[in-house]
Write a protein that binds this ligand. Structure first.
Ligand SMILES: [Zn+2]
Length: 274
């Protein structure tokens, strides 16, 4: 059903991790970025950090590619492995992005990935909550959109963002209910879908995508993870997002080209790249 050779031109990957060690075993992220991503016409990629250390790697990578943007933040899973206090970790993050000049220079378009993860055991709810709240406050101060990670923590994630009504952004690789998606959209949020849309057992995610208004949908890879069918289990990269766009086109009743254009426009609006 899904064509393996779709046109990658114009795709906007709103969430990928090109610093991830998984790329090293396959020749390095640069090989993919050069040959399979920008070489095939992918329009833009947001390279998303998960801690202050890989934040620096993200910034370095983005310098090499004009169409690579950056999001910096401390991920809830990384929060569990901090070797410094929360405030010290946040100070490291601030040092990279706390002025307009630094954000412009680094092409930093969002704060993320931040949020809550109650999937990986054991987890420290209080630590995750503290980091999440403090980073949402920083996003408000800096007027930056946020990239939210919400895994098995829908209720708490939703309540937390409601406490920050001036903050907007996107729930990435969304796994919540249609009801939650509608409530988020009503409050100005975007909802992003990954390769999961193409999985046979992901009927619920496809149903959610169908209720999100067209102007609030983003697509992403979450590379190197979540490869779409027919590449499931293999390393993911932004060139493979075409399959996700194709699955979304079917759900929305639009053409492939319309879906690529629509999701790219939405990303540009959210990240203020228009
Ligand atoms: Zn991610």
């Amino acid at each position: 059903m899904i064509d393996q050779e779709l046109d990658c031109r114009g795709l906007f990957d709103s969430h990928a991790h090109y610093f991830d060690k998984k790329f090293e075993a396959e020749g390095g992220a640069d090989v993919f970025l050069r040959d399979e991503v920008f070489g095939k016409g992918v329009a833009a990629v947001v390279n998303v950090a998960t801690n202050p250390e890989n934040a620096k790697l993200c910034l370095t990578q983005a310098k090499k590619y004009p169409a690579m943007y950056v999001a910096l933040g401390i991920h809830p899973e990384d929060a569990q492995h901090l070797t410094v206090s929360v405030d010290e970790a946040l100070a490291e993050l601030c040092a990279l992005m706390d002025t307009r000049e630094k954000r412009k220079e680094g092409k930093i378009v969002a704060l993320g990935e931040i949020g809550l993860d109650y999937y990986w055991q054991p987890y420290d709810k209080e630590l995750q909550a503290e980091l999440f709240e403090k980073q949402l406050s920083l996003a408000e101060e800096w007027d930056l959109p946020v990239l939210i990670h919400d895994r098995e923590a829908h209720g708490d994630s939703f309540e937390t963002v409601l406490r920050h009504p001036n903050v907007r952004g996107v729930f990435h690789s969304f796994s919540g209910s249609a009801e939650m998606a509608k409530e988020l959209v009503r409050r100005g949020w975007y909802v992003s879908f990954s390769g999961v849309l193409t999985f046979k057992n992901a009927r619920k995610v496809r149903e959610v995508a169908a209720v999100v208004p067209n102007d609030r949908i983003l697509i992403e890879t979450d590379a190197p993870y979540l490869s779409p069918e027919p590449f499931r289990g293999k390393i993911n990269h932004s060139g493979r997002m075409a399959q996700t766009a194709s699955a979304l086109a079917e759900i929305l009743g639009l053409s492939y080209a319309e879906t690529v254009a629509l999701t790219a426009e939405n990303a540009k609006r959210l990240f203020d790249l228009t």
